[in-house]
Structure formats: C-alpha cells, structure tokens
Write a protein that binds this ligand. Structure first.
Ligand SMILES: [Zn+2]
Length: 391
C-alpha cells in the first residue's frame, strides 16, 4: 500500500487487543504472512484470525500486500504486513562519557546513527543533548515515534508500572534518578529507560542473533561484565547483587586479582580495567583496548599473555553457564570483544576445560564490539514498550 498518508501515531498500537498482539508480533518479527499461514502459526481458525485482523487493517497498523497465490490452497490472497519503514524509533545508549544513538524503523533496521561525547554527565544535560541528537538524526526522515535510552544501571523497584522507575547508574555517578518522565519532557516523544544489557538481550531475541530461541544467555564484556539469561522465552529477573555475583564468580583461585580483591574471578580476567591494568604493568606505560588488541595480533608477548587468559576465562564462563543452566546458545557482546580477535582458540580451550564431553555443542555468536548494536538495543526497547507491548 502506498504510504503517502501519515502513519498511525504510536498511541494507535496501544489500542491493539491483547488477543491480536501475537498477530502483530508475528508480522513484525518474521515479515509478511498470508492469513492461512498466520492462522496455522498461531493455532487460530481462519474465522478468528479475520476477526482479530479486521481492526488492525482498519486502523492502518496492518496492510494488505499485492495479490499472490496461496501456496497452501492455490487461491489468490493478499498477505498481511506492517509498514515498517513508516515508523521510526530513536535508541540511545549512554556510557560514562559518550552517547551512541541510532534511528531504526519498526523492524529495528538502522536508518541513521551517530556518536558524541557527553557534554555534561548530569541527567538534565544528558536529556537536552538527546533532544538535540534526535533533531539532528531526523532531519532527513520522519521524526521518531518513541525513544529508548539504555545505560549501565539498575532501576529501583516501583509500586506499579505507571510509576517512573528511578535509576542508579554508578558509571555516570547517578543515584536514585528519575529519567523516563524527564526524557519524555525533554525529547517530546514517549521514552522508556532500561538497563543496557537487558535491552540488548531482548533485542537479540526479537531481531538479532537469538531470534526464535526460547533459551539463551547473553554475556557482555567491557567496563563491567554483563549477563542476561532467557529461559522458556522469558528473561530471568536479576538484581544488582545477582549480576555482581556473576561478574565476580571465581574461575581459578590462582588467577589475577580484581579490584575487589578476588583472585581469578571473571572481572579479574575480562573487565576493561583488568585487561588495561595488566597490559600497562607489563608494558610499563598506559595503553588502550585497541592498542592491546593490535599489539597482541602483532605478536607482543605481554599483550598475548593478557589476552590469552582473558579469552580462556570467557570460554570457561560460557561453559559454566551451559553446565549449570542447561543451555547451549550464547550471544557475546561488548567493547572487550576487540580482544578476542585472534584469541578464539584460547576461548575454545576455556570451554573445553569446563565442558569435557561435548565442548563443540555450544553455539556462540560474537556481536560487533561497537556500540551501535547497543544503541539498536535501546531502539528495540522503545519498539517493545510502545509497539510489541510485551506482557
Ligand atoms: Zn572479583
């Protein structure tokens, strides 16, 4: 259908009945489907499906494509689809000193992106900066319908889902900060704020490497070690204490020491701070992650002796999760992945050390180490909150 008319506003998705949401999700995530296909996939009669889709087509949220012949019965039919390109979502990932922003369409395909240093790390300044980034990224297209902002922080529990969550974000020096309503006022579009690792895991489940999987784990390697576990299609809730316990899980009591004094925990091998401190100690000068990775590739013995054990620790951590949670699919992300380039054999050795019988049974997808993927996760947080409307 030509989309000359304005797309339905983001509020229109809120009117979709709970019963019709699986139809929308199927079309959004897996593309156009005939009514016969949809009915079969969702276990509905064609009558029920027609009843559910009628309001969706009437509101313009779902459109009929050109006539094709249904492969199931040969009859002419018009597949249903969502007009993904008409809707845009802003995703912003905050680190301690930068923001990474993307605009995506409804299927989380990136249409514009940028990154810049944070001008000032206060909630008001960050909110104003995000509003300016939104304006700049949307000069060539339709403005975003909603925005997702993610950060390395955790939301404090709230009384109900309508209360704006308050965040602690140690990397930014924020404690008990309300962001959602502040950002919504600042940007002029509905906003959702979420932990960055949680958002990235959901994005991988809906539109990424874990699409279609009901059970997988995401590990992230960077300033901190992140972990998210999805089982039976749902994310296992994890608080700050759980995630701290994970990143300080001891892999080798004779290993290096972390900033909290543990020997051989994940963070002691893998956190950016640990890697840089170990490399700087050996090289007798400060270094960056990219430099350590390049030196290791060039055969520098100090950097190789830092990266080898780091990659081993990642493998050992993946195998430990597999052994305890009985899952085999893993997605690994984060800036620390630049260090794995050329050290994958050490990662495999770590897996084999902790999973003796079938080390090759783990399926590990390494994402790009760049932060664009995280910003896309933030845009998907907005799509989940305002379109998919996860329960
Ligand atoms: Zn530790």
């Amino acid at each position: 259908m030509p989309s000359a008319a304005l797309p339905p506003p983001v509020d229109a998705w809120a009117t979709v009945s709970r019963a019709a949401r699986p139809v929308l999700r199927e079309l959004l995530v897996n593309g156009p489907r005939t009514r016969t296909d949809l009915a079969r996939l969702l276990g509905l009669s064609t009558g029920s499906l027609t009843r559910l889709t009628k309001p969706l087509t009437a509101s313009g949220l779902v459109v009929e494509g050109a006539t094709v012949h249904d492969p199931a019965n040969g009859r002419p039919t018009r597949p249903l689809d969502v007009v993904a390109a008409d809707h845009h979502f802003l995703g912003v990932k905050l680190t301690a000193d930068r923001l990474y922003a993307v605009v995506t369409d409804l299927r989380a395909r990136i249409t514009a992106e940028t990154t810049e240093p944070l001008e000032a790390p206060t909630p008001d300044a960050v909110s104003a900066q995000i509003a300016r980034v939104r304006d700049r990224l949307t000069t060539a297209g339709t403005p975003p319908a909603a925005a997702g902002i993610t950060l390395g922080g955790t939301a404090r529990p709230t009384a109900d889902s309508t209360t704006a969550p308050r965040f602690d974000a140690p990397f930014l020096g924020w404690r008990d900060v309300e962001l959602r309503d502040r950002l919504t006022r600042g940007t002029g579009v509905p906003c959702v704020v979420e932990n960055d690792v949680t958002a990235l895991a959901h994005a991988q489940r809906w539109f990424g490497a874990a699409r279609g999987l009901t059970d997988f784990a995401l590990l992230t390697v960077g300033a901190g070690i992140g972990y998210a576990l999805v089982q039976h299609g749902r994310m296992v809730p994890a608080g700050a204490a759980d995630l701290s316990a994970f990143s300080h899980h001891v892999l080798d009591p004779g290993g290096p020491m972390c900033t909290e004094g543990h020997r051989g925990c994940l963070a002691s091998y893998l956190s950016t701070h640990s890697v840089l401190a170990a490399a700087a100690h050996g090289l007798r000068r400060p270094v960056t992650l990219d430099e350590v990775a390049a030196l290791a590739r060039a055969g520098d013995p100090v950097c190789r002796n830092v990266l080898g054990p780091a990659a081993w620790a990642l493998g050992a951590a993946l195998a430990t999760v597999a052994n305890l949670c009985l899952i085999k699919d893993f997605v690994v992300a984060g800036e620390g992945l630049v260090l794995l380039d050329g050290a994958q054999r050490s990662m495999q050795a770590g897996i084999a050390d902790r999973r003796h019988r079938d080390p090759d049974s783990l399926r590990v997808t390494l994402l790009s180490p760049h932060f664009g993927e995280w910003a896309r996760g933030a845009a998907v947080a907005a799509i989940r909150a305002f379109v998919l409307r996860e329960d």
